[in-house]
Design a protein around this ligand. Sequence first.
Ligand code: PA5
Length: 442
Amino acid sequence: MIHFDDKRAVGFLKQQDLDQTLTRGLAAQRALGNGTGAGAEWLGWRNLVSEPNDALLEQIQRVADRLRHEADIIVVVGIGGSYLGARALLRARTPYFRQAVGTAHDDAESLFEKNTPSSSPEILFAGHHMSGAYMTDLLDYLNGKSVYLIVISKSGTTLEPAIAFRFLRQWLKSHFEDVHKRIVVITDSKKGALFSLASSSGYERFVIPDDVGGRFSVLTPVGLLPAACGGIDIRSVFYGAVAEFNDLNNLEENDSHRYACLRHTLLKTGYETEVLAHFEPRLDYFASWFQQLFGESEGKNHGGIFPVVAAYSTDLHSLGQYLQDGRRTLFETFLLIDPSHGAEIPSDSENRDGLNYLAGRSLDVINAKAYEGTSRAHEAGGVPNMTLRMDSLSEENLGRCIYFFEHAASIGGYLAGVNPFDQPGVEAYKKEMFVALGRDAA
Ligand code: PA5
């Protein structure tokens, strides 16, 4: 289960302002439900969970089972909404020392160590940046392995994954004869360069529905196929989201609506930056997924909350001073997991480090105390904060959180008076880049 707590945020708001937003939020939620708001042609992410397609889930699982059986390495090629959801799920559900320990922004891309059984292929990522060194190292690393590709692009024309696919396709052609069996493409149903390439080459294909935008596509093959390849129970993820959809649908004044309204009222009160903070490194890519979801849904017409992510307690030792004492335009949303047993602090007969007062307590319990302390200190320092708590980092809870945030981001966009489902601003840098590359962006 997931649970939302706003007790350290409401005190920063005038009740009248919050009440007004809550009323507007209900209207926004109805517009979402009725399909009468802006961007109503992009509501496929709701249809996915209101009418679950079990046959598709089974098909995804079948393809994943084949790849898991045949591959030493699966390279997942994609960027933005065609990358972050899959990576978030894999990161959250893969044991630490079967994955490279690092942050969402370092170069450690491997999710599985090299010597795992062949039924658990190593999952690598490409096409999410344009580092030449990374591509050189990757191609070098693939030598001698049975390699498969999952190539994901809704438009089929995004430069980063298109270039990565060209490198990897040529590498595959020079190493294997059965290349067409080693590539699975996830793209539009009828258009784009990737669609044409996949159709003419006979690659296995999955479709990204027309009415599902990139950042809302994690519950389509875009997120689910790579996750299933990593051994994740995608049915539980998916049905977690279905359960959250039903819960939110059954209660008009639900927590996702309330969260959206609190955020919007905080923005109107001068809190312009939301720090999505967690205390569990396995959530770092989930935080990056959140950042794209809210940033692209709300950041329009020179407005919107600026979403940033922080990993605690690590970042409390770098950003802590600013959070406690810098500009008072920040609010925090904690993504929290209830503590589990294990990793109990050992007793030490000499106690020279003075830590025996902690002996017998689990590290997770101490981590939970760090959350409590941070949440109280930041409230006292003028940082409103809210918490979305999961009782465990289960597949079901991940699915629930995905839908909770998708729903809230959509209401947030409507409250801000923008279309939450487009992203016209993403095109600007591409145009300039194509000019710099000597190609017309059209
Ligand atoms: O949310 C979005 O639309 C973007 O972040 C896209 O997901 C990203 O640019 C990748 O696009 P595509 O899937 O078309 O390659």
